[in-house]
Design a protein around this ligand. Structure first.
Ligand SMILES: [Zn+2]
Length: 316
């Protein structure tokens, strides 16, 4: 494990406790019911539930609450934790390299929030304005607002409008153009690690895939692993399963080697977020008003990538 990896394990552990479970407690509900009955302004409904029905309802609530607590304990208390940041300074600088405005919120929010909370320098470079529908200027402003919602300041964000990197699934983005732009950016801003797409590009968008091919000598590149169809919409269950004792997710895993060859070791970085962090990711995505069509809401509600990011670490 390199020095920078050792530093970067801390964001994963900086997830903290949430109190929403307490709000769901049947004790709290009982208090509300009592105070309502004492209020003379409140009319008692004529068809009040019978004692037997109330008991049954309370029992059901008890069972649900206990189930939630057991699942939470199994999953690890970290899932329900808020992140208050940490005191250890982070000296590694990161670049979030994306293709379009909204990629950062839809795919990388757990990572950006974890790194920002850890005090790491995080920059965003978006290679196009997302001008396929002629909304480039608006989307540029939306990108800045989204990054700010995730804790990255405006001056750390850059968005390009390069003639050879125009938004669109039929546009072929030349690798040498991307490499040249990224190379000068890395030198100018002293970036240590690039965070970007993997070869599938999450949605198989050709622009995402083109970005994933970036080269960056002497730097680490973290490639966001595209979830399988089965796991793509597991939402918070993805974090719970990650923390379960029998989870297969580890910080380092191995790949099978071919016969007679040494197995290749693949380093994996994982960032998760809390329900609070998920809400912040959703808030960032709502800054992209031009992109909030109905099915995006479904995505925000159910996507695994709003809760967990898993990266393969490769040499640039
Ligand atoms: Zn995109």
């Amino acid at each position: 494990m390199s020095g920078s990896e050792a530093k970067n394990t801390e964001p994963e552990e900086s997830v903290v406790k949430e109190t929403s479970v307490i709000k769901e407690s049947p004790v709290e509900d009982s208090k509300v019911e009592v105070s309502e009955l004492k209020d003379p302004a409140v009319k008692v409904p004529s068809a009040a539930p019978t004692p037997a029905a109330s008991t049954s309802w309370i029992s059901l609530r008890n069972i649900l609450s206990i189930s939630i607590i057991i699942i939470a304990l199994l999953a690890s208390p970290r899932f329900f934790n808020f992140d208050f940041g940490q005191s250890t300074p982070c000296e590694t600088s990161y670049l979030i390299l994306t293709a379009h405005p909204d990629d950062e919120a839809m795919f990388f929010a757990p990572t950006i929030l974890s790194l920002v909370n850890a005090g790491c320098p995080v920059r965003g470079l978006c290679l196009s304005e997302g001008n396929e529908s002629g909304l480039g200027r608006t989307r540029k402003e939306e990108l800045v607002a989204s990054y700010e919602a995730l804790g990255v300041k405006k001056e750390f964000i850059e968005i390009l409008d390069h003639p050879e990197l125009q938004d669109g699934p039929t546009k072929d983005w030349p690798k040498f153009v991307i490499d040249n732009i990224v190379s000068s950016y890395l030198s100018m801003h002293h970036i240590d690690t690039i965070i970007t797409f993997d070869q599938t590009g999450i949605s198989q968008h050709p622009n995402h895939i083109a970005v994933s091919r970036v080269s960056a000598p002497r730097r680490e590149i973290w490639k966001l692993q595209s979830p399988s169809i089965l796991s793509k919409y597991t939402g918070p269950l993805s974090v719970i399963s990650h923390y379960l004792p029998f989870s297969q997710s580890t910080s380092t895993t191995g790949k099978k080697g071919k016969k007679g060859k040494k197995a290749k070791v693949v380093k994996i970085k994982v960032f998760t977020t809390s329900p609070f962090g998920w809400a912040r990711g959703v808030w960032a995505m709502t800054r992209h008003k031009t992109q909030l069509v109905w099915f995006r809401w479904l995505y925000l509600a159910a996507s695994r990538l709003m809760w967990i990011n898993e990266f393969e670490v490769v040499a640039g």
